[in-house]
Design a binder for this molecule. Structure first.
Ligand SMILES: [Zn+2]
Length: 164
């Protein structure tokens, strides 16, 4: 999700956004913002390839399974135990950073879809917003990425009703 939202979407909360010129800096900043550790050293080339991965994974949030399957093949997703004690990951032991990231993220999406929860992978329904999110509500009723989009959509609907 982070990859798609940081590197791929062009409309965020009603505003057009240009993809970051410095993708590496954008990713590092996103990790810091979420207080997550970025274990590996990212190169500019890695960041550019990750932007392509984001474009490959985005359709999975709108139910496009074929594109996700192609991404899993392209990045050689395969269950594999890494480290000691072993941790289950979904990339081959020799995979480079980008393939590993793509394979792990793609597999996570595939598992969500494969257990019948694909409708929880959502794209914001507000006009002018393409942010993706994982809907954790009990009845999968979340429609917007956050309050600002929800409020904008409400205001738009209100104005539309007043006009009629
Ligand atoms: Zn939104």
């Amino acid at each position: 999700m982070l990859l798609v939202n940081e590197l791929h979407v062009t409309h965020v909360r009603g505003r057009r956004v240009d993809p970051p010129a410095d993708r590496r800096a954008a990713l590092e900043e996103a990790f810091t913002r979420q207080e997550r550790a970025l274990d590996e050293v990212l190169t500019d080339e890695d960041a550019d390839r990750l932007a392509d991965v984001a474009a490959e994974l985005h359709p999975a949030f709108t139910g496009d399974v074929a594109t996700l399957n192609q991404a899993l093949v392209r990045h050689a997703a395969v269950p594999s135990l890494h480290g000691d004690p072993p941790v289950l990951a979904f990339h081959a032991p020799g995979a480079d950073l980008v393939d590993a990231w793509a394979a792990d993220a793609g597999t996570a999406l595939a598992m969500v879809i494969g257990v019948g929860q694909g409708r929880r992978l959502r794209s914001c329904e507000a006009e002018g917003c393409e942010l993706v999110f994982f809907d954790v509500t009990r009845n999968t009723s979340r429609r917007f990425c956050g309050l600002s989009c929800q409020n904008r959509a409400k205001a738009t609907a209100y104005r539309a009703r007043r006009r009629t």
